[in-house]
Write a protein that binds this ligand. Sequence first.
Ligand SMILES: [Zn+2]
Length: 396
Amino acid sequence: MSTENNINQLYKNSIKILTDLIAFKTVSGEDNNSLIDYCDEILKKLGATSFKTFDEEKKRVNLFATIKAKKPNGTKPIILSGHTDVVPVSKSWSTDPFKATIKEDKLYGRGACDMKGFIACALAYAPIYSKANLNRDINFSFTFDEETACQGAPILIEELKKRGIKNAICIIGEPTNMKIIDAHKGCYEYTTYFEGLAGHSSAPHKGVSAVEYAAQYVNKLIELRQELKNRTSKESIFDPPYSTLQIGGIFGGIAHNVIADKCHVNWETRPVVKEDGIFLNSEIDKYANEVLLPEMKKTSSKSSIKKEIIGEIIGFNRVQNSEACELVSSLTRDNSREVVSFGTEAGLFQEIGISTVVCGPGSIEQAHKVDEYIMLDELKKCLDLLEGIKKNSTVN
Ligand SMILES: [Zn+2]
C-alpha cells in the first residue's frame, strides 16, 4: 500500500471512530464508562497498557493508556490528551446531535470539534504507533468533565504524580485550528449561598434578608473588580490584559412581601496570575466573614454565608523555549504562538512539570454551539501532526 492509501485509510478510520464517539452521550456529569471502555478496547488490542481513575461513585472515569517504546532511548514520552465530556444540547439542532452527520466538507455532532475529533484522530493513528520502532512511550490521556471546571483531570494528574510520570510532553487537542496555544487565563467559578431568616415584609427588623446581604456581597465583588484592573502588569499577554470578574446570576426570594431567607450568587473570575485569584478570594471572604455575617447574626444566629468552589481551572502560563511548543512547531512548520480566552486542562499538566501545548483540530468558534461541526480537512491536518510525531519518535 502506498503512503497515500495509508493516509486515506487513517482518515476514513478517524471518521468512523469519531462517529462512534459522538454516539456516546457523554454530557458532563453523566456516566462516561462506555466511551472509555471503547477507547481502552481499541488501545488494548494494540498492546497498550492502561489504568483508570474514577470519581467517588465510579460513574465517571479517566483513562491513561501507554504504547510502550520498543527502543527506549530516554526521549521524553508524549501524552496525547483530550476530554471525553461534551456540553449539553438544546432542541434547536438541525440534525441529531448524537449522530455524526456529514454534509459536504463538515461533520456535525456534539463534540465533533470539542473535542472528540482529536480523540478520534489519536485512536485512528494508534495502530501505526503500535507497529513503529518507538524510542519513547506514546500515552493517551482521556479525561471526564473538563467542561465543568476540569473535575476529572486533577484525579488523573494525582495518579501521574504517584507513578512518576512528570517528565513528558503533552499535547492537548482542544480545537485551535491546529494553531499553537501556549497560554490562557485561569477560570474560577463559585456559588455563594446566603441563609438568613424569613419573615413578613412589614417587619424587616425581625428577619434577615438573604437577598439584601447577597446584594452587598455582589457590590463588594464589583468594587474588587476595579482593584483587579489596577493590579495588571504591563507585560500581560492577554486581552483584556487584567483579571476579569463577572456575576452570572443572583437567585433568591419568593414574593414581594416576604423577607427572603435564601439567596445564592453565581460568579466567576479569570485570573491572569494565580496571585490575583488568591487576593480576590481572601478579600471577599474577609468581607463576608468579618462584615456581613456578624451583621446577619445580630438578628439570627443561624445565618450563614457559604462559598462553594464549582471549579478552579488554573491558568496556563507562557514558557520561553517550551519543548512542547517547539516540537509541534517543528512538525506543523508554524512558529506562531497565540493565547486564548477559554480554559483547558493545560495548566494542570504544566503544574506538575509536564511541558504542555494546546493544539488540535476544529475551531473553538463551533464549540458549545447548536450544530457543532468539524471541517473534515482539520482531521487530516491532525493526522499529519500525529504522523510527524511518529517520525520524531522512531528509530530504525
Ligand atoms: Zn474542550
